[in-house]
Ligand binder design. Structure first.
Ligand code: MG
Length: 213
């Protein structure tokens, strides 16, 4: 994939499923955390997973869905402590670092825009040093809206102006990509295979990247 660098001033990049393998997150939310929660509450694992799926669906697309504190309270678990126990599973997607180095060469305004909570971002920085590649790292919690909401993009612009017509944005969530498109962001790409283990292919109306670099 050749990006149109001549016409790009700002690069906005998602973290989980785009730069880092979504496997850490899907393993945590679909396997590890449900098994701990089931054991502590005396549920069968399938029963625990069904209950959690209902709860997760109820909060999909909201900041709660991405909030460590919300889930710690709702489930009576220390989510950060549990994440730490499986942090060895945090890893890069293929060619992501090569791509980030290219972004640094081509562009003076490279920002991470993530729905991940700042505590999770810090854990991932600890494991990957991903912060070295960014001029700015924005967690949507700090703008009070997830990327799915129009208000996120307005606040991102107010925080540090950017020209949507000269912005590249890459994310693995179709709802988020649609939200970015509504804001007028011109160069939008989806990720074909965010999770290296589940290997579930994405469906997108935007061009899909097999590899970043
Ligand atoms: Mg993502």
């Amino acid at each position: 994939m050749q990006f149109d660098w001549q016409n790009i001033d700002t690069v906005l990049l998602d973290m989980d499923g785009t730069l880092l393998d979504l496997h850490f997150d899907s393993y945590f939310w679909l396997e590890y955390m449900p098994s701990v929660w089931a054991t502590r509450n005396g549920f069968m694992i399938e029963e625990a997973k069904a209950k959690l799926t209902d709860m997760l669906n109820h909060h999909a697309g909201t900041l709660n869905w991405y909030c460590v504190n919300f889930w710690s309270d709702a489930l009576g678990l220390d989510i950060m402590e549990l994440k730490g126990q499986v942090a060895h599973k945090i890893g890069w997607r293929p060619t992501a670092e090569m791509f980030l180095k290219r972004c640094q060469q081509e562009c003076d305004d490279v920002r991470m825009v993530t729905n991940a909570h700042r505590k999770i971002l810090e854990l991932k920085i600890l494991k990957t040093n991903i912060d070295q590649y960014f001029d700015q790292m924005i967690c949507s919690h700090e703008l009070d809206h997830p990327k799915e909401d129009a208000a996120f993009w307005h606040r991102l612009h107010n925080n540090k102006p950017f020209d949507p017509a000269r912005t590249l944005f890459i994310d693995d969530s179709e709802a988020v990509l649609e939200s970015a498109a509504r804001h007028g962001i011109k160069h939008i790409y989806s990720i074909a295979e965010p999770d290296s283990v589940l290997k579930r292919k994405s469906v997108s109306r935007f061009p899909m990247l097999e590899r970043l670099a």
